[in-house]
Design a protein around this ligand. Structure first.
Ligand code: F6P
Length: 320
């Protein structure tokens, strides 16, 4: 019987559990044993292997977080540590590894693959920051969470005629801010991919106040600056009646949306197929609306970017 290990790594994302479920159940149909690894790459190095309880996994499709736990483990960038992980996998008679996570985790998966261990990636992060895919598991849920917050904030902003700066996660990628901002009717969206023109943002707010507009929502990705920093700067530019909200880790949790559950299910099943076909060194990406295997190297190549930044000029053109 073949043995397949699975781990979740980096920032957790809603839908990771649905992914684990799909892998476990699909593998069962092919007589493959799935071994869980707790706490991501750290667990690989510490031999924190675990058996997966089918009952628990099947019940977790609606749960956020990850039943396999996760960790930040920057030391995994060191070759010596990667080799230790491979040694542990081989010692446990593991024939392949599925890594569920974001950009950093896919770099870890690529390193293992380059060292010859059969590895497959499933992009899952609220940041949607893996260039080779249009969507990652967890992103849709996070956008829904932010939009529902924006709708509530607009209510109170309208009542008090206020401007709100809403900070969302996204250190290198503004996709969460972009999608949430467009869907939530934000007046401005500030992302790390675009140069910030503070005077322009301030003047847009002041003009809208002059037109007697009752609210102004500025969605800010954390990679630009913090909400409190931006609020201070806007006050210095003469913007009055301004408040700030940092949504922080809130969109990381919660029950995954149907879209994320379906994407997780498709990707989990496809990963097991790749394992059966011995097509290693790939991850499952959405390209042109289809789930396709893409080499880990290409998926991480910023020159082959499938992230849609056209939402940025779109929002400027439809907000007033
Ligand atoms: O990986 C997703 C993410 O939420 C990023 O957007 C954010 O910068 C980071 O994780 C926060 O990391 P931590 O959960 O370790 O504080």
């Amino acid at each position: 019987m073949k043995r397949l290990a699975i781990l979740t790594s980096g920032g957790d994302a809603p839908g990771m559990n649905a992914t684990i479920r799909a892998v476990l159940n699909k593998a069962a149909h092919h007589d493959i044993e799935v071994v869980g690894v707790n706490y991501g790459f750290l667990g690989l190095v510490c031999k924190n292997f675990t058996s997966l309880d089918t009952e628990k996994v099947n019940s977790s499709i609606s749960m956020g977080g990850t039943i396999l736990y996760s960790s930040r483990y920057p030391e995994f960038a060191e070759k010596e540590i990667q080799l230790k992980a491979i040694e542990n996998l081989k010692e446990a008679n593991i024939d392949g590894l599925i890594v569920i996570g974001g950009r950093g985790s896919h770099h870890g998966a690529l390193a293992l693959s380059n060292l010859g261990f059969p590895t497959i990636g499933i992009p899952a992060t609220i940041d949607n920051d893996i260039p080779g895919t249009e969507f990652t598991v967890g992103f849709d849920t996070a956008v829904n969470t932010v939009v529902s917050a924006l709708d509530k904030i607009r209510d109170t902003a309208n009542s008090h005629v206020r401007t709100f700066v809403i900070e969302v996660k996204g250190l290198r990628s503004g996709d969460l801010a972009l999608w949430s901002g467009v869907a939530g009717g934000a007046e401005s969206i500030l992302i790390p991919e675009q140069e910030l023109d503070l005077a322009h943002v301030a003047s847009k707010i002041k003009q809208s106040v002059e037109r007697k507009k009752k609210h102004c929502l500025i969605v800010l990705a954390e990679g630009v600056m913090s909400a409190s920093e931006l609020t201070t700067k806007l006050k210095e530019e003469g913007v009055l009646h301004i408040r700030e909200v940092e949504l922080g880790h809130v969109p990381r949790g919660g029950s995954p949306t149907p879209y994320d559950r379906v994407l997780a299910s498709k990707a989990g099943a496809a990963a097991v197929n790749l394992f059966l076909e011995e097509k290693f060194g790939n991850c499952l990406c959405i390209q042109y609306n289809k789930l396709v295997p893409v080499s880990l190297k290409d998926a991480l190549d910023i020159e082959k970017n499938f992230i849609d930044l056209s939402l940025y000029p779109l929002n400027s053109s439809i907000s007033y």
